[in-house]
Design a protein around this ligand. Sequence first.
Ligand SMILES: O=C(O)CC[C@@H](O)C(=O)O
Ligand SMILES: [Zn+2]
Length: 535
Amino acid sequence: MAVLFPGLRATAKWLKSQPASPLAAFGGGIPSFNMKPSMLPQHAALGHIRLVHAAGDKSRPGNGTGPRRLPFATVNEQDLDYFRRLLPGRTITDPDLLQSGNEDWLKSVKGSSEVLLRPQSTEEVSQILRYCNERRLAVNPQGGNTGLVGGSVPVFDEIILSTALMNQVMSFDHVSGILTCQAGCVLENLSSYLEEKDFIMPLDLGAKGSCQIGGNVATNAGGLRLLRYGSLRGTVLGLEVVLADGKVLNCLATLRKDNTGYDLKQLFIGSEGTLGVITAVSILCPRKPRAVNVAFLGCSTFQQLLETFQCCRGMLGEILSAFEFLDSACMRLLEKHLKLVNPITESPFYIVIETAGSNAAHDEEKLHNFLETVMESSLVTDGTVATEDAKIKALWAMRERVTEALTHDGYTYKYDISLPVEKIYQLVTDMRHHLGDRAKNVVGYGHVGDGNLHLNITSPTKDPALLAAIEPYVYEWTAGCRGSISAEHGLGLKKKNYIYFSKPPEAVALMGNIKSMLDPHGILNPYKTLPDNLR
Ligand SMILES: O=C(O)CC[C@@H](O)C(=O)O
Ligand SMILES: [Zn+2]
């Protein structure tokens, strides 16, 4: 049932008259930039390496100067015999079956692995890694392969170690809300499992139908609920990890508090499979909220959107669970490529606000008061509210499906930037001016509540000249605001050489030491996360 409130009545009526199916219904100046490239840390110039390789150089991926294959062993018949004995029927060598494991979701990075292994247990993962470490065979751990930075696919012929069959829930504690499960559980399946028990997962992503919890943790995925439930660095209570030499590190604690020594699990959260293979996760899950409302609002300027955010935090307080935005360029792509229908009048900016609480009447009253305030003060120009599941999903689709709409618009250059929240849209505006008509579309959307902008730039085809205009400009701009060049997607293959724009050389060198200590032969997800100069 859509909630009515003054000023939004007409839209609420419109929303009510739509079919139930969500898919059918909806289908200034760079801020004090004073860091020139020459002033960046010593290694920042490495950030300019492109993933295009010299014509004819078969040892490099893509079309240009990607990494060179390191001197790992190559898989031979004896290796295959070993894997087939260990994983009968689960050692995949059929090129057709290997194809999807070799290519990323965006179809932007492609490896040439000839073996995909599908272990079911931690013990099997341990035996695989022990063997590969001794044989110096490189391994590419892979979850749902929904990553956006080329971190989840092989670069050359690394063995793909898929966690897809490690998909069992191991335990759930109804009192504490702590779930322990294998790494290959699909996020959406975990959400459905928990919902029956009146709990939810603390994270939610557009890719929930395919992504796996182990991959989420290895990426430190943020998603749509981070504003409310915090990052995986807080909600993950324990991990089981298999190290490069096959040793099993059982830190699968289910305790809220544990100050016994260093918190080793944090090393593996966000390490993108370069330090160990996560095989099991214990995670703290919130109770399922009794009342959920979603408001979809329009704003004329980004400044008004920010003021709406401030007002929202003040007036909705503890029930606010998401504050997301998209610009009108995103809306045009949703309409054009996915045939979604804008549920409100056209605006330069759109906001998705979600509330999640325990008392429907109380939450609705709060939301009503907030909406009245922002409408009366003209911060918001139009909007609509939903409390019913199907309509909530339909409103969320306007934000969650932007990535999908972009894939239909051509080749997409993706940037996932953390900035002080008041600066996040400035980057989009400056990029538009900077590129002029060289780009097809420059769009901005993301997680306002977390200061996380998704800047996406499309072009009819892959365009090295356009890429040269975007990078390193985008990274210099971000470094000038002391932002992060990867807020939540990781560095993977595509961004690893830009790490110096966000981290000092001393920190990167220490990361290299940690990698050498945990994986001395460098077999785990090589060519990812750490810059080329550290290998
Ligand atoms: O595709 C992107 O750039 C962002 C994907 C995801 O992080 C999102 O928030 O929708
Ligand atoms: Zn995101």
